[in-house]
Design a protein around this ligand. Structure first.
Ligand SMILES: C[S@@+](CC[C@H](N)C(=O)[O-])C[C@H]1O[C@@H](n2cnc3c(N)ncnc32)[C@H](O)[C@@H]1O
Length: 280
């Protein structure tokens, strides 16, 4: 079932958290000259219109990137992310929002490799078009959970893997864990980043516990809670990111970022953030 289309959600508060963390990770890993392989197992279309029908059906971006667009005083990691989003909107009007592959394509150095995997028959060709001609860039139409196996270990022994499924059903949670466990068996030194929604569904808590237990060199877990659930207790309250084998600088970076994001994006008194880390 591929009912999910990211165009309806692009630029929402979940994307903001995910992409701020992604940009911080790419920046850190690119401090070393040696080439990096970035694998995006659920890459989406790569770039989204915010002035079209899909984005405006529920207007989720207004409570995400829309709230940050005119705001000043952002911590450096958020300011860095915002400068990148502004490159896609050079006249200053917020009309497009970049997907995770766009950030990676924009920050890619000649020695880096990108493996962008997307299964949807409409979004994959859009991604292919966006990434066309990039040396070292491969776009695949495949099941990202299965396709990751062939990408590890990378020749340079340096990799960042983003696993960002749609969590449409309950099966993505155990599948994320099984995929990461297999990936760690192939390449224990990789940096693995998993995004997940804070929704009232079983599965996330078990997935997190298992990922934390499996992390060879420790983990970092960040959540941002911004909006109340609806009257039935459903909706997207916020989201979380867990990074396995995180760079040592990430905790301090997010310690500065999360309170600012919670203040800027929070829609109720219960809005807040959490940040935990374990090193081994
Ligand atoms: C949350 S979106 C990805 C957003 C993207 N990572 C970003 O940050 O811009 C999830 C994507 O996974 C795709 N998808 C769903 N099942 C998949 C699978 N088994 N393998 C690869 N892609 C899949 C969906 O079509 C959707 O585009």
């Amino acid at each position: 079932m591929l009912a999910y289309r990211h165009a309806f959600h692009a630029g929402n508060h979940g994307d903001v958290l995910k992409h701020v963390v992604l940009v911080a990770l790419l920046r850190h890993l690119q401090l070393k000259a040696k080439g990096l392989r970035f694998v995006d197992t659920h890459a989406g279309a790569g770039s989204y219109a915010l002035d079209g029908a899909q984005a405006n059906k529920r207007g989720e971006y207004r409570a995400g990137i829309g709230r940050l667009w005119q705001r000043s005083g952002a911590p450096e990691a958020v300011a860095d992310y915002l400068r990148l989003v502004r490159r896609l909107n050079p006249d200053g009007r917020l009309r497009r929002y970049p997907g995770s592959p766009w950030f990676a394509l924009t920050l890619r150095r000649p020695q880096d490799e990108l493996r962008l995997i997307e299964l949807h028959p409409t979004d994959q060709p859009l991604l292919q078009q966006l990434a066309a001609g990039g040396r070292g860039v491969v776009v695949q139409r495949a099941d990202g959970f299965a396709a990751l196996k062939a990408q590890l270990p990378p020749p340079t022994r340096r990799a960042l893997v983003l696993i960002d499924p749609s969590y449409e059903g309950h099966r993505d949670y155990p599948q994320v864990f099984a995929t990461v466990r297999d990936a760690l068996g192939r390449f224990a030194d990789g940096v693995y980043m998993v995004w997940y929604p804070l929704v009232r569904k079983p599965g996330a808590a078990v997935m997190l516990q298992r990922l934390q237990a499996a992390a060879p060199r420790g983990w970092l877990h960040a959540t941002l809670n911004v909006q109340p659930l609806d009257a039935d207790g459903f909706g997207l309250a916020g989201s979380g990111v867990i990074v396995l084998n995180p760079p040592h600088t990430l905790h301090a970076t997010l310690r500065g970022v999360l309170p600012w994001l919670a203040e800027a994006l929070g829609q109720h008194d219960g809005a807040g953030w959490q940040l935990d880390q374990r090193s081994r």
